[in-house]
Write a protein that binds this ligand. Sequence first.
Ligand code: HEM
Length: 119
Amino acid sequence: MEKRIAGHFIPKNTIIIPNLYGAHHDLEVWDDPYSFKPERFLEGGGGSLRALIPFGGGARLCLGEAVAKMEMFLFTAYLLRDFQFLPASKEEPLPDLRGVASVVLKVKPYTAIAHPREQ
Ligand code: HEM
């Protein structure tokens, strides 16, 4: 029997590139997807861990996911423990969340102040 994915027939040997940006901005899944709201991933925040796929999916899933998650947790936790990150000035806009399309989506350059927290 011919197998279909979401109604589409995918011929053998087709190269499929998952649209991770699209998956993370799907209005049917995410509330206000273009706003920076990390609190959506706290308990009761309405974020979907099932729909969060920054490391891709399927057979070619990122091999470094476990290492990357541990590293990012440690880096971010230490940086946020020791510094408060502030916009460079009131006039300067906050970082643009749209990024620059490349092989991967890159962040646009921006300036911020890393203000040491009092010990
Ligand atoms: C925040 C960090 C990272 C992110 C967001 C990320 C994301 C991704 C994504 C989206 C893919 C493509 C998956 C697909 O084709 O569906 C990928 C592939 C891959 N990643 Fe990562 N990655 C990260 C860190 C790492 C690290 C630290 C390593 C190695 C230690 C790594 C090793 C790989 C490898 C080897 C592949 C290719 C897997 C394959 O094609 O079979 N990644 N990654």
